[in-house]
Design a protein around this ligand. Structure first.
Ligand code: PMP
Length: 406
């Protein structure tokens, strides 16, 4: 708090534009940590929230249920990869991932295999900010590295770092996975990944084929496979879900962020019938004991339903393709002092530099040009709302590139 620049105060936001209290208007190039996928102040989403609030804002989802939660669960089963059939709602991506970890452990406990309670994840992983998921995020270079020694010990393997499955990094990662599974499968509950794109780990893109290979290994060694699609879900990588690039159905998948288009905190942990069946028992001892107060929050569910409807009706995947094409034309091969590489996937573009110091002061520079971007570490990225028009996107990209030719 002592070293950070003071935050800017927002008074209103509309479409891809944020207005500050000094009257300045900024094009938001990162859609509020890439969750405001429909843009701000969307009339239909607003109306969905208002309509539900006027019926009721919330009731507990224990002993009671309601149509928005039920319909959203059905919709998520319909749109997610084949085989993900059972939905558990919670209130943030981190909690959704905690639920996934707990579900994976109990899946084995319910079968009497209580030794299977550890996780393997990738280096560069980021799965949220709560205690359990911190333990499966990168403990050396990740944002919680300081606390690494206080967290549950887990396993990690090198991250794949290339779109080419034959690359050294993909092969090294698969070899490490195989070795670990061979030696430790008896104590492993699950392998957890952000599929195709590791977000906070530096927008690291890797081969879909990797996921297929990893799934084979997980099956062979009886270890669950979990996809954290909190950041990649809802179109960010160019498919509705990143899993689709690989044609892989994980055992458990987690959604957040774009699920409510940034309107409310809501996450969904979605499991296959195989996982569900381990809990569905004559003995209540096998039940999944997790009862978050805001589980299946009715307004959040109503907005999520409307968001999915708009996503499909407005053919957002086409918009994302156009965004990708534009970003590729502008960024791929971009060179500048200190630029290591520019990468693009779906509605995400990043310029990676060699030293975080090179990006110091960038946010203020961008604000001067009417753009909101907030790089972290060595990564200057854009992940705009899918409704962004080409002129606004051009302005965002111009500011990103312009920084290197000041
Ligand atoms: N997993 C990934 C891949 C994320 O990017 C995030 C977002 N920070 C989370 C989990 C945690 O989500 P939330 O911020 O909603 O807790």
């Amino acid at each position: 708090m002592k070293t950070m620049a003071l935050p800017r105060r927002v008074t209103s936001a509309q479409g891809v534009t944020i207005e500050l209290d000094d009257g300045r208007r900024l094009i938001d190039g990162i859609s509020s940590w890439w969750c405001i996928i429909h843009g701000y102040n969307h009339p239909e989403l607003n109306q969905a929230a208002i309509d539900q609030i006027q019926r009721f804002a919330h009731v507990m989802l224990g002993g009671l249920t309601h149509s928005p939660a039920e319909r959203l669960a059905e919709e998520l089963v319909r749109i997610t990869p084949e085989g993900l059939n059972h939905v558990f709602f919670s209130d943030s991506g981190s909690v959704g991932m905690e639920v996934a970890m707990k579900m994976a452990m109990q899946y084995w406990f319910n079968q009497g295999r209580t030794e299977k309670r550890k996780f393997v994840s990738l280096k560069r992983a980021y799965h949220g900010d709560t205690t359990g998921v911190m333990s499966i995020s990168d403990g050396e270079e990740g944002m919680h590295a300081l606390l690494a020694k206080a967290l549950l010990p887990q396993y990690s393997i090198p991250a794949p770092e290339s779109m080419d499955i034959e690359s050294e990094s993909c092969q090294r990662s698969l070899d490490a996975l195989k070795l670990l599974l061979t030696e430790k499968h008896a104590e492993l509950a699950a392998f957890v990944v952000e599929p195709i794109m590791q977000g906070a780990g530096g927008f690291n893109l890797y081969s879909p084929e990797y996921l297929r290979e990893a799934q084979k290994l997980c099956r062979e060694y009886d270890v669950l496979f979990i996809f954290d699609e909190v950041a990649t879900g809802f179109g960010r990588t160019g498919k509705l879900f990143a899993a689709e690039h690989a044609g892989v159905t994980p055992d458990i998948m987690v959604l957040g962020k774009g699920l409510t288009a940034g309107y409310f905190g809501l996450a969904a942990t979605i499991a296959t019938t195989k996982v569900f069946d381990a809990f569905y028992d004559d003995s209540s001892d096998k039940a999944f004991m997790h009862g978050p107060t805001f589980m299946g929050q009715a307004v959040a569910c109503s907005v999520a339903l409307k968001g999915i409807e708009i996503f499909q009706r407005e053919r957002y995947l086409d918009n994302i393709k156009n965004i990708q094409r534009y970003l590729e034309n502008e960024l791929i091969g971009f060179t500048g002092e200190g630029v290591r590489e520019a990468r693009v996937l779906g509605a995400m573009g990043v310029i990676e530099v060699d030293d975080p110091q090179r990006l110091k002061g960038f946010s203020s520079y961008a604000v001067e040009f009417g753009v909101w971007l907030r790089p972290f570490e060595r990564y200057l990225y854009t992940a705009p709302a899918y409704i962004i028009d080409e002129a606004s996107l051009a302005k965002v990209v111009k500011v990103m590139k312009g920084w290197f030719s000041r």
